[in-house]
Ligand binder design. Structure first.
Ligand code: NAD
Length: 480
């Protein structure tokens, strides 16, 4: 069976403790690879390598770093098929999705930040007759990047690309549930001519390998995407060490549908915003609020489409949904469906696991699920489920839907469907969310601030925000 390795100091290597853990294929439920169960000893080696590399990498011109990163982007692009197959096998997502979204976006992340750094500038502030301030933006040094399993290479590269572009050296850990494409990246980085030790990739569990990254005193900043509870733990651990922190956490996003929307466009986008990637996107709109006058029409049309949705193995070109990521995650989602029933909800579609034919009979498949009849403040409507499960709830006016939409502890994104321009702006202004889409969902411009309010996180990624996060400003004053 294939054994993955850590990538430290430009060399693939076994974990110091020699310990490995199983890597499952969600489509079949079978173990198909072993991954390093690394600990603080591997993180120490990675930090030593990064410290050696930092004077070289940070002294390069922006253009030199940019050239290497562009080679990484084209290196991934040249192996699109292989990366997409690996991502789909590791995560359970339909191959089509990995081919069209995940891997192309990883390419774009490297491309975007490789070019952005060439345009990154710092500020100056003149004091007339007194002098001038100018602000230097220096790389921080060694930074830690920790990412989740839902969009594995997409989110891994979203962090490491700006960190590297800004001149930092990186110790990165992909999710232990989906390590494979991050493992493949090591070779691409090597082939692109990145100096050894600039990017180090450690595999292993959050509580050991991840924790060792967060606690290492010479890692000066942590960029983390994952669950809110993990984010809280990381903040508690890293804050007393005065580390810079960027936390992209969970969501429970509202999808608000007014009667005056373009119904057909709303319906097809709502199918995606509900169930894309098996509902395992932090931006999915899992709470659907529908204006009462079109509630029955929406319910009928939506449930018809959901009933007709094909759940199948990831390589099936007909699959709209593939497998969810793991057995524990499938059990968690199913337990929320039971909770919804206990809370008085009615299952309108789905609500159960799907049994495929061999060799997929032990895979983790769930029917997309629609639930109605729940109060806005019950647990099903307040807690993140992170699976193919949505609730639908009618509303009568703007005030009421705003109150329900804003009632959770989260504040990541919101989607709004209306053709009333004034209402759209009014609502966008009042929604508790870091990102609001009007008559759209998941349209991404990599220059815009990305992140959430309240328990959905601290700080923003994307564009200049990311380059500012990964640099330390130093103001210099010169007297006239
Ligand atoms: P998770 O918090 O369990 O794990 C995320 C990463 O953190 C993994 O690499 C894991 O190994 C590591 N980790 C776990 N415990 C750690 C610890 N104590 N110290 C250091 N690292 C640790 O999250 P997950 O289950 O992989 O991902 C799903 C969650 O991610 C959902 O809540 C989802 O909303 C969130 N998410 C948020 C965004 C966003 O941009 N806001 C994007 C994608 C996913």
């Amino acid at each position: 069976m294939e054994k993955l390795q850590n990538f430290i100091n430009g060399v693939y290597q076994d974990p110091v403790n020699g310990a490995y853990m199983d890597n499952y294929e969600p489509a079949t439920g079978e173990v198909y690879a072993q991954i390093p169960n690394s600990d603080e000893d591997d993180v120490k080696l990675a930090v030593q390598a990064a410290e050696k590399a930092f004077p070289i990498w940070s002294a390069m011109s922006n253009n030199e770093r940019s050239e290497i990163m562009l080679k990484i982007a084209s290196g991934i692009e040249a192996r699109l098929d292989e990366f997409a197959q690996a991502e789909s096998r590791d995560n359970g997502k339909p191959l089509k999705l990995a081919m069209n979204v995940d891997i192309p976006r990883a390419v774009s992340n490297f491309h975007f930040f490789a070019t952005a750094i060439e345009h990154f500038a710092s500020e100056s502030h003149q004091m007339v007759g007194v002098g001038i301030n100018y602000t230097l933006r220096k790389p921080i040094g060694i930074v830690g990047c920790i990412s989740p399993w839902n969009l594995p290479l997409y989110l891994f590269s979203w962090k490491i690309a700006p960190a590297l572009a800004a001149g930092n050296c990186v110790v990165a850990k992909p999710s232990e549930v989906t390590p494979y494409t991050a493992y493949l990246l090591g070779q691409i980085v090597k082939d692109a001519g990145m100096p050894d030790g600039v990017l180090n990739i450690i595999h292993g569990e959050g509580g050991t390998a991840g924790d060792a990254i967060v606690k290492h005193p010479r890692i000066k900043a942590i960029s983390f995407t994952g669950g809110t509870n993990t984010g809280e733990y990381i903040a508690r651990t890293a804050a007393p060490m005065f580390k810079k922190l960027s936390l992209e956490l969970g969501g429970k996003n509202p999808n608000i549908i007014f009667a005056d929307c373009d119904f057909d466009e709303m319906l097809s986008t709502t199918m995606r915003s509900s169930f894309a990637n098996q509902g395992q996107i932090c931006l999915c709109g899992s709470r659907i609020f529908v204006e009462r006058s079109i509630y029955e029409k929406f319910k009928k049309a939506f449930v018809e489409k959901v009933d007709a949705t094909i759940v199948s193995y990831p390589n099936d070109p007909k699959a709209k949904l593939g497998a969810v990521v793991s057995k524990p995650h499938m059990d968690k989602v199913l337990s929320y469906i039971e909770l919804a029933k206990d809370e008085g909800g009615t299952i309108l579609s789905g609500g159960e696991a799907v049994q495929l034919e061999a060799p997929y009979n032990n895979g983790y498949y769930l029917r997309p699920t629609v639930i109605e009849g729940l109060s806005y403040d019950c647990r099903t409507n307040q807690e993140e489920i992170f699976g193919p499960v949505v609730t639908i709830t009618p509303f009568d006016n703007e005030e009421e839907v705003l109150m329900m939409a804003n009632s959770t502890k989260y504040g990541l994104s919101a989607t709004l469907w209306t053709s009333d321009l004034k209402r759209a702006h009014r609502m966008a202004d009042k929604l508790h969310a870091g990102i609001v889409w009007i008559n759209a969902w998941l349209v991404r411009d990599l220059r815009t601030p990305f992140g959430g309010a309240k328990a959905s996180g601290v700080g923003r990624e994307g564009g200049w925000e990311a380059l500012r996060f990964f640099t330390e400003p130093k103001n210099v004053f010169v007297k006239y």
